[in-house]
Design a protein around this ligand. Structure first.
Ligand SMILES: Cc1ncc(COP(=O)(O)O)c(C=O)c1O
Length: 424
C-alpha cells in the first residue's frame, strides 16, 4: 500500500503516486493498490498462485475460467513447447490446415455430432459476434435478443448485447437493433420474436458474470422451441461454461437440453477453457445449413474471419488441452468436486451460504440475515489465502471458477477459509 503522504500528491488524472504502469493503465494500478489487491509478479503452480511477496493463494478463479488444467501444467507446457518448435509458419492464408481439421473433428465429436461445422476465431466476443453475423445472414433479419443479466464481451456489438449499461453508458451511439429481455420472461420474448425481425436469441446456459444463473431443461427447451417456431436462431454462448467447466462437456448438457430438435441451439460458442489459458482461441459450432448460407455463396468462402483465426499454434494448443482434459477425466472431476463443494457448504454453513451453478461454474451467496458484506468476505478470503471474485453483474455473490484439476484437499481448504471469513 502507498504511504499516506503520497496520497496527497494527486495529479490532474487522480493518480496519486508515480505509477509504474503508467503506459498501460495507471487507474487500474491505483485501484489495485488502494484495495490492497496488487499481485503483480504472481506465479502459478497447479491450483495455487504464489504472490510476489510469498503468499500462497488457492486459485478459485483460474484466469476467468481459462486455466482448466491449473497453472504450469508440466505436460501441457512440454507439449505446447514442442508444438511451438515445430510451427515454422503459424498464420498462413493459403491453406486448409490439418490441425484445424483435427480440432474441428474433436469439437464436433465432443458435441455428439449435434453440429457439423466449426468456425475458429480468437476471442469470445469475436466468436459471439461472428455467430450473430451468421444468424443475420442466414435469416436475412436485422435484430438480436439478449438477456438482461448476460455477458457477451466488450467489443462494439457484444458490449451492447451485454445487458449491464455500465459497459456502454459512455457511448453516445447505440445500435438500435439489440433487445434486452429478462431471463425466463417468456411473455416478453414471445412479443419481441413475433415481430419476425429477430435473427438470433443469444443466451448463456450457465452464466459467468451473473451468479452462475442457469436455465433448466424445461425453460431452455421452451426457449429453443419458441426460436424454432419463429424462424429465429438460438445461439448458446458457452464461452465461459463450455468444455467441461459445468461437469459435462457443454453447458447445454449440464442443464439437460437434450440437444435434439427442437431443444438444440443452432450455434454454440466456446472459448475460455479451450487452450488452458495459454493462447486466445474461440470457436462457433454450427450446422451445415447456416454455414452454407454464409460461406457457400460464390466468392464468400472467406467472408468472415480474422488474422489469427485458426492459427496453427492455437489449434495445436486446443488439441493438447482437450486431450489432457479427457485423459485426466477432468470433466467428471469437475462434476464430482462441484458436488463435494455443495455438500460441504450445506454441512458446514446450513442456510447461511448457498451455492449456485453447475460443476465448477459456481457462485456463492450469503444469507442477508448474516449482515455481512460480500466485499468484506471476499477480501477476508484473499487475506486467508483463497482467490475468488464478486460477480460483475451480481456483486453480492462470489464467483468460484477453479481449475478443473481441483481436488478434495483444495475443497477442504476452500471451506475452512470460507468459515474463517464468515466469522464476525
Ligand atoms: C459468457 C461470455 N461470453 C463472452 C465473453 C467474452 O469473451 P472475451 O473476453 O474472450 O472476448 C465472456 C468473457 O468473460 C463470457 O464470459
Amino acid at each position: 500500500m502507498k504511504s499516506d503522504d503520497s496520497a496527497d500528491e494527486g495529479d490532474e488524472r487522480g493518480v496519486d503516486h508515480a505509477p509504474r504502469f503508467d503506459p498501460v493503465n495507471p487507474y487500474w494500478e491505483r485501484f489495485l493498490d488502494e484495495a490492497g489487491l496488487d499481485m503483480t509478479g504472481a506465479r502459478g503452480d497447479g491450483c495455487y498462485i504464489e504472490t510476489a511477496d510469498g503468499r500462497a493463494l488457492l486459485d478459485c478463479l483460474a484466469g476467468f475460467g481459462t486455466a482448466n488444467l491449473g497453472h504450469a501444467h508440466e505436460s501441457l507446457l512440454a507439449r505446447f513447447a514442442d508444438a511451438l518448435q515445430r510451427t515454422s509458419v503459424n498464420v498462413f492464408p493459403f491453406e486448409c490446415a490439418e490441425s484445424q481439421l483435427a480440432l474441428a473433428d474433436k469439437l464436433l465429436t465432443l458435441s455428439g455430432q449435434r453440429f457439423q461445422k466449426v468456425f475458429f476465431a480468437t476471442t469470445g466476443a469475436e466468436a459471439v459476434e461472428s455467430a450473430v453475423k451468421f444468424a443475420m445472414t442466414s435469416t436475412g433479419r436485422t435484430d438480436v435478443v439478449a438477456f438482461r443479466d448476460g455477458f457477451h464481451g466488450l467489443s462494439m456489438f457484444s458490449s451492447f448485447m451485454t445487458g449491464n449499461p455500465f459497459w456502454t453508458e459512455a457511448l453516445r451511439w447505440k445500435p438500435g437493433n439489440v433487445h434486452h429481455v429478462d431471463a425466463h420472461n417468456f411473455a416478453a420474448l414471445e412479443d419481441v420474436l413475433a415481430s419476425r425481425k429477430i435473427a438470433a436469441v443469444v443466451f448463456e446456459p450457465v452464466a459467468g458474470s451473473s451468479a452462475a444463473q442457469h436455465w433448466s431443461a424445461d425453460t431452455a427447451s421452451r426457449l429453443a422451441a419458441l426460436c424454432r417456431s419463429t424462424g429465429t436462431k438460438l445461439i448458446a454462448d458457452e464461452v465461459y461454461c463450455g468444455l467441461g467447466r459445468t461437469g459435462t462437456w457443454f453447458g447445454i448438457d449440464a442443464i439437460g437440453m437434450d440437444g435434439k430438435t427442437p431443444a438444440a441451439p443452432d450455434m454454440l460458442v466456446v472459448s475460455k477453457g479451450l487452450t488452458g489459458g495459454l493462447v486466445p482461441l474461440s470457436a462457433v459450432l454450427m450446422n451445415d445449413g447456416d454455414f452454407d448460407a454464409v460461406f457457400g455463396a460464390p466468392g464468400k468462402a472467406k467472408v468472415q474471419g480474422s488474422t489469427f483465426g485458426g492459427n496453427r499454434l492455437a489449434m495445436q494448443c486446443g488439441l493438447i488441452v482437450l486431450d489432457l482434459v479427457e485423459r485426466g477425466r477432468l470433466v467428471e472431476n469437475a462434476a464430482a468436486m462441484g458436488a463435494l463443494i455443495g455438500e460441504r457448504i450445506a454441512a458446514r454453513f446450513d442456510s447461511r451460504v448457498t451455492l449456485h451453478g453447475k460443476g465448477l461454474a459456481l457462485s456463492l451467496k450469503l444469507d442477508p440475515g448474516l449482515d455481512l458484506s460480500m466485499t468484506d468476505v471476499w477480501l477476508d478470503l484473499i487475506d486467508g489465502g483463497v482467490l475468488a471474485m464478486p460477480n460483475s453483474a451480481a456483486p453480492d455473490s462470489l464467483r468460484l471458477s477453479p481449475p478443473l484439476i481441483f481436488g478434495v484437499d483444495e475443497v477442504e481448504v476452500l471451506i475452512d477459509r470460507l468459515d474463517e471469513a464468515l466469522q464476525p
